[in-house]
Write a protein that binds this ligand. Structure first.
Ligand code: NAD
Length: 310
């Protein structure tokens, strides 16, 4: 079965509209940015650094810059040649760290092979690390110091959607995170733990994943394998959050055409889950919205005012 998730009429699960929630967050960022400017004369500044001309990265970076402008931020894009040296990139990061008009620095990944990604990400001032990848932010998140941390955008978006779905209290729920990456799986597990969920992290060596999945209230899939999680893995009443973005051939759309699918087989899972995020239109738009939220948070902290609320 195929079809646009938003228009299917045989769906029993609630379709969680990440695009609408993402737009709501961006509107809130814009309003709270105005309030910050009025109260403290501070305009949040986001600098996005792109090294090279990878077409997908160019699109991501452009989208981030456009969204930052829509939020009323100062937005800078630094597009650097693919052969720039690591020393020059570190120098640029150092200048952005020292620039008081910049509150968020994002270095678009992947970087060219001759540049050490870890070294560059660790050079970013943790207070401006709006991707939340710096070990200081990882440590703050893992010790539950959420009021000090900057949390990676994708898991932060999943967290916010879950809070909106369940209300403030997620405690005691059984949550499974499939995937243990530093970018999604691990920080997602930390966020769910901080909500007092009972958290299980599954990965490529996990045994009998379908059975494990069926006992869960919440399943977050962040694997990168198209439609790996089948519908009957999702227990009745469970919420499925699909982080995966996978491009697969779509001959039905014409020769050479492709379409995006998640890590969860949406068409099957929609008949099992209580609620599910679609792909596209689920976690993707939430991720960019949370980047804006993180930039505003960093600006508020720099100005010495309370964190924004979402
Ligand atoms: P990754 O490749 O770093 O990690 C994948 C994880 O999946 C690994 O921990 C691995 O152990 C696990 N895994 C692999 N095969 C498995 C299997 N058969 N069973 C169980 N676990 C298995 O990927 P990532 O960066 O965490 O991204 C995961 C997916 O999320 C990708 O599709 C990526 O494109 C997508 N993603 C989306 C967004 C967004 O904005 N929506 C952001 C980041 C990543």
């Amino acid at each position: 079965m195929t079809g646009d998730p938003a228009t299917r009429d045989d769906a029993s699960a609630e379709i969680i509209d990440g695009k609408a929630v993402g737009e709501d967050i961006v509107a809130s960022v814009r309003a709270q940015t105005e309030a910050l400017r009025a109260a403290s004369n501070v305009t949040p500044g986001l600098a996005v650094v792109l090294v090279g001309a990878d077409p997908a990265s160019q699109v991501y970076v452009r989208n981030k810059s456009v969204k930052a402008e829509a939020c009323g931020f100062k937005s800078e894009q630094h597009t650097m040649p693919a052969d720039m040296s690591e020393a020059d990139l570190l120098d640029l990061v150092g200048r952005l760290n020292a620039d008081p008009s910049i509150h968020g620095i994002l270095v678009q990944l992947p970087l060219p092979d001759h540049i050490d990604e870890t070294r560059v990400l660790r050079a970013i001032d943790p207070r401006k690390d709006v991707d939340g990848f710096h070990p200081i932010n990882v440590g703050l998140l893992s010790t539950g110091a959420l009021e000090e941390a900057l949390v990676p955008c994708t898991p932060a978006g999943c967290h916010l959607l879950l809070k909106r779905r369940f209300g403030a209290d997620l405690s005691g729920r059984n949550a499974l995170v499939i995937g243990r990456s530093n970018i999604v799986g691990k920080p997602m597990a930390q966020l769910l733990l901080s909500e007092s969920c009972t958290v299980t992290v599954a990965h490529s060596r996990t045994r009998d994943l379908p059975a494990l999945c069926r006992s869960m209230d919440i399943v977050v899939a962040a694997v990168g394998r198209p439609e790996m999680v089948r519908g009957d893995w999702i227990g009745p009443g469970a919420v499925a959050i699909d982080v995966g973005i996978n491009r697969i051939d779509a001959p039905e759309k014409g020769p050479g055409k492709a379409r995006l699918v998640g890590d969860v087989c949406f068409d099957e899972a929609v008949g099992h889950a209580a609620a599910i995020t679609p792909v596209p239109g689920g976690i993707g738009p939430m991720t960019i919205a949370m980047l804006m939220a993180n930039t505003l948070t960093a600006a508020c902290r720099a100005a010495g005012v309370d964190d924004p609320r979402f």
